[in-house]
Design a protein around this ligand. Structure first.
Ligand code: PMP
Length: 285
């Protein structure tokens, strides 16, 4: 693969794609990002991702210096140039380089970066059999401190929880919110199935509004499944009939254990499989 990385409208090889060490994206995690998927050479839900990127930027007072139309075009051009049919896109907008102090007004030239690459999903075995989760002691950021709706470059909150998961032998970890309710996983949203209903925490549980989450909710409603956005406790997950996670990278993946409690019959359930199939069809459309 002859990788070409986009920075502010120009293309560079991986070795030459560089930004300043004075960029506040590096110094303070001051910036926003998106992770998108390419299926059959097309970007999945590009518009939704760009709207979320603009909302994240707006929430931290960062003005993206080009229009959404221009970034749409540039993203599609970047995918075509990299000649990738099935892959992943990491889109980053930094605050730009400034002084060593916090003041973002002293930063100029936000860096818009698009990296098109192959994707490493979880091992195939986990898609077949489901994955195990553990509850992280690290809770999700308090929404009144830094809203989890902002996909910011400061992902330490999630990284700390991810490390807890990995230490326990789990590729994902469950994060609670400041109220002790289920929020989401470190890079994925969570759903359960109970008595035929599909239930997921609401946005105000302090979660990222996942693009895959929204797609799965739409697919469920189209299939006549009752969907509920309601606060969940760990007890609800332990006693669910089924549980699965969603994310651009992970897609739809069953979770079959939480904190060593077996969820349902310990296998990916029928509604999980149904929605997974519907999602596969949707992305191939
Ligand atoms: N929650 C968090 C914390 C995430 O970082 C992500 C994206 N990796 C998701 C949920 C899933 O969002 P999406 O479906 O838009 O990828």
């Amino acid at each position: 693969m002859n990788q070409q990385i986009y920075i502010n409208g120009e293309y560079f090889s991986k070795e030459n794609a560089k930004i300043s060490v004075y960029d506040h994206g590096l110094l303070y995690g001051d910036g926003v990002f998106e992770g998108l998927r390419i299926y059959g050479g097309k970007v999945f839900r590009l518009r939704e991702h760009l709207i979320r990127l603009w909302e994240s930027a707006s929430s931290i007072g960062l003005q993206i210096p080009i229009t959404i139309e221009q970034l749409t075009k540039d993203t599609n051009d970047c995918v075509a140039r990299n000649e990738i049919d099935e892959g992943y896109i990491r889109m980053v907008v930094t605050r730009g380089s400034g002084a060593l102090g916090l003041d973002p007004h002293r930063c100029s030239n936000p860096q818009i970066i698009i990296i098109v690459d192959r994707i490493t999903l979880y091992p195939a075995e986990l898609y077949e059999n489901g994955l195990d989760l553990v509850t992280a002691a690290t809770i999700r950021n308090h929404p009144a401190a830094l809203s989890p709706r902002i996909k910011s470059l400061n992902y330490l909150n999630n990284i700390m929880a991810k490390v807890e998961g990995l230490k326990a032998g789990c590729v994902e970890a469950l994060m609670m919110n400041h109220k002790g309710e289920v929020a989401e996983c470190t890079g994925d949203n969570i759903f359960i199935v109970k008595h035929g209903k599909l239930i997921t925490p609401p946005i105000d549980a302090g979660i990222l509004e996942g693009i895959t989450r929204n797609a799965v909710l739409e697919l469920a409603r189209e299939a006549g499944i009752e969907t509920v956005e309601a606060p969940l406790t760990r007890h609800d997950i332990y006693t669910a009939d089924e549980c699965f996670l969603t994310g651009s990278a992970a897609e739809v993946i069953a979770a079959v254990k939480l904190d060593d409690r077996v969820i349902g019959n310990g296998k990916p359930g029928p509604m999980t499989n149904q929605l997974n199939e519907a999602f596969r069809k949707l992305v191939r459309k």
